[in-house]
Ligand binder design. Structure first.
Ligand SMILES: Nc1nc2c(c(=O)[nH]1)N[C@H]1C(S)=C(S)[C@@H](COP(=O)(O)O)O[C@H]1N2
Ligand SMILES: [Mo]
Length: 416
């Protein structure tokens, strides 16, 4: 018998097309039908509220906020805030909930005074005002941004008991619009020795990173727009470098200078930080693209399970290498796996939403997801990620995340 309810993998994992063929209510495990009253509720008895100049979430959604906001001791703006992944669906992060990572707070930049200067190994150094930049052709792409410190807490010997967003919320996706950096470099010209750029920001930290010219000419943009509107101050207003798929810190916010150089500059931000210390004492420099990764956002800690029955397992997957090709889900701790359905929008260097159907029998279970990208990279286990790494190296963690669903409906972080 192969009906819709026949598990395709262990412990009740159902066909990924389950929801296409059967609603949850039509399944054998019925939730009680909602009571419906013919009386009009109070909001139907008079006209609704008027228009406004800009929208805001429903007052009933006030809990939908960034999480785990923390600054280094003695500072107010040197820290991070995280996207509430487990409360979102789809792939776009609302701009107000995009994660933040600042090394010295958010500068209050006057856009009329701000300039982007391109100099160094160029034929004509140029200074661009926001107005000048706005005259160029723009491109826009929906892509993720991930901090290389994301999920780094999972190197700890014991699994930290935090929510999905507190652990993995340093990743977001937006439609980023702006001017290809290659177009601006055509204006300045590049001297033959110009093989790298050093980009620096207009914050007090002057965040600086070296970027190889291949990447610059491939898909780097000077971003001016985020989800259709000008960048938010916390995300780089009025302009930022955006390097699709590469570790977040290289996408220098509040972009102020680009110097064309012949080799990487070994700035503070690429030597003392973001290098990966190995067990043998060697530090790996320059891990640019983010590794293939996925996480189940629901069920996940802080989302209490209800009655046993049919559940959607849903999550996000991404890779710096291009498109996500496949996401597999397991409901039996990794003994067996089945393909999840991918939402229609599978875009390069973007989040991809995956969904599976699961019949939870009410017993304790460990659920996991494993992503594969178009380059053939498969998301590694935690053990594989940690192999050979120094215990102090927490950047670039992309191991498989396991959540334990307990019989009492609570979900917690485990190492599988
Ligand atoms: N000028 C400047 N650019 C910066 C930073 C910064 O502190 N200053 N933080 C970097 C880091 S570590 C990350 S992960 C991303 C975060 O971008 P977001 O705050 O828009 O999410 O910006 C990068 N660009
Ligand atoms: Mo970062």
């Amino acid at each position: 018998m192969s009906d819709n309810h026949t598990p395709v993998a262990g412990n009740g994992l159902l066909d990924r097309r389950f929801f296409l063929k059967a609603g949850v209510a039509s399944s054998t495990l019925l939730l009680s039908a909602q009571t419906f009253s013919a009386d009009r509720p109070v909001w139907m008895r008079g006209p609704g509220a008027p228009m406004s100049e800009s929208g805001a979430p429903s007052e009933h959604e006030a809990h939908l906020q960034r999480t785990a906001i923390g600054s280094q001791t003695g500072t107010t703006g040197a820290g991070a805030s995280r996207t509430p992944l487990e409360l979102l669906d789809g792939i776009i992060t609302p701009s107000r909930l995009h994660f933040e990572r600042h090394h010295s707070g958010i500068p209050a930049i006057d856009p009329d005074e701000h300039r982007l200067v391109i100099h160094g190994l160029v034929d004509r150094p140029l200074s661009f005002s926001l107005d000048a930049l706005s005259r160029y052709q723009t491109v826009s792409r929906i892509q993720f941004l991930e901090c290389s410190g994301n999920s780094g807490t999972l190197i700890a010997p014991e699994p930290t008991q935090k929510s999905c967003s507190q652990i993995h919320g340093l990743v977001s996706a937006s439609e980023w619009g702006g001017v290809p950096l290659s177009v601006l470099l055509q204006e300045t010209g590049i001297k033959p020795q110009g093989k790298w750029i050093v980009a620096a920001g207009a914050d007090a930290a002057m965040m600086s990173r070296s970027v190889p010219m291949d990447k610059v000419l491939d898909d780097a943009i000077v971003a001016l727009y985020q989800n259709g509107e000008r960048l938010r101050p916390s995300n780089g207003y009025p302009m930022r470098l955006f390097l699709p798929g590469w570790e977040g810190n290289m996408s220098v916010k509040w972009l102020r200078t680009i110097k064309v150089v012949d080799q990487p500059s070994m700035t503070r931000d690429e030597t003392s930080k973001y290098s990966d210390l190995q067990d043998d004492g060697v530090s790996r420099l320059f891990t640019f693209p983010m590794g293939v990764k996925s996480v189940i956002t629901s069920p996940s800690p802080d989302l209490q399970m209800g009655e046993p029955g049919i559940y959607q397992i849903s999550g996000i997957a991404w890779t710096g290498a291009g498109k996500i090709r496949r996401v597999e889900v397991s409901a039996d701790g990794g003994k067996s796996w089945a393909d999840a359905a991918l939402d229609e929008h599978v875009m390069s260097k973007c989040l991809t939403r995956f969904r599976s159907a699961w019949r939870w029998d009410g017993a304790s279970a460990v659920i996991l997801s494993r992503a594969t990208d178009e380059a053939g990279n498969i998301q590694p286990t935690r053990d594989a990620v940690l192999e050979g790494r120094s215990k102090r190296g927490f950047y670039h963690y992309n191991g498989i995340q396991a959540w334990q669903v307990n019989a009492n409906g609570e979900v917690n972080n485990v190492y599988a």
